[in-house]
Design a protein around this ligand. Structure first.
Ligand code: CDP
Length: 223
């Protein structure tokens, strides 16, 4: 695999399921005028492709084929946001062939942010460790599991999906455990990641805290 050097400023945001990293990534992207990539959506698209074609997310050859045939035009499709797709995304994300198929797209996004944007914000599980280890600013976001479960319930409710919070909680914990323990690209803090716990922070306060950590690393790259 030929690699592309990443020289554009990149903000890498990793963290646990439903920790709020997507919201922070979007807001940081708007703040700096950077392109934003939700890498989790790529794994969710692979899972949706399989589910839609009656495929089995545990079938690694089928998952790899789905990853190579990923339909990026569906990245905004609300169908990828369900918990069923999230669980299947975590299953397919453990297959090396799936990760390899999605690597080049993410790397190219970091190296050449689309729409002429001057930098990129990418959120996921392995952005600071694997996709953009040279990123000047890395955040690792977490929040107490009960708080993440409540936020996810409210998020789903805003899309008209009613779910039991206790069930969401156990699913989030199971997904975190699977993501942390897989051999390839496990969820873990990069050694140079800055940790942010958003348990006691609303969206605005979490954004202010994230910006205070990121800005000293990113601002010098913008001149
Ligand atoms: O939104 P939420 O935090 O629930 O999940 P997501 O970021 O959409 O990711 C869904 C699943 O994709 C995760 O549980 C991971 O297994 C996988 N994923 C990954 O392996 N690597 C990434 N960079 C992003 C997501």
């Amino acid at each position: 695999m030929t690699d592309v050097p990443v020289t554009a400023p990149v903000i890498a945001i990793d963290g646990t399921a439903a920790c709020g990293k997507g919201t922070l990534a979007r807001k940081l992207g708007l703040h700096y005028g950077f392109a934003h990539l939700d890498s989790g959506a790529l794994y969710r698209l692979v899972a949706l492709g399989l589910i839609d074609s009656q495929g089995d997310p545990h079938d690694h050859a089928a998952a790899e084929r789905a990853a190579r045939a990923i339909d990026l035009s569906r990245i905004g499709d609300p169908k990828i946001r369900t918990d069923v797709v999230g669980k299947a995304a975590s299953t397919v994300a453990a297959f090396p062939g799936v990760r390899a198929a999605l690597f080049a797209y993410q790397r190219a996004f970091a190296a050449r942010p689309p729409d002429g944007k001057r930098g990129a914000v990418i959120d996921g599980r392995d952005i600071g460790t694997v996709i953009a280890p040279e990123a000047p600013a890395k955040l690792f976001i977490d929040a107490k599991p009960e708080i993440r479960a409540r936020r996810r319930r409210l998020e789903l409710a805003s899309h008209g999906i009613v779910r039991d919070e206790a069930e969401i909680l156990s699913e989030l914990l199971a997904r975190d455990a699977a993501d942390r323990s897989r051999p390839i690209s496990p969820l873990r803090e990069a050694p140079d990641a800055m940790l942010l716990d958003t348990s006691d922070l609303g969206i605005d306060a979490a954004f202010a805290a994230a910006l205070a950590l990121v800005d000293p690393k990113i601002r010098p790259k913008l001149v």
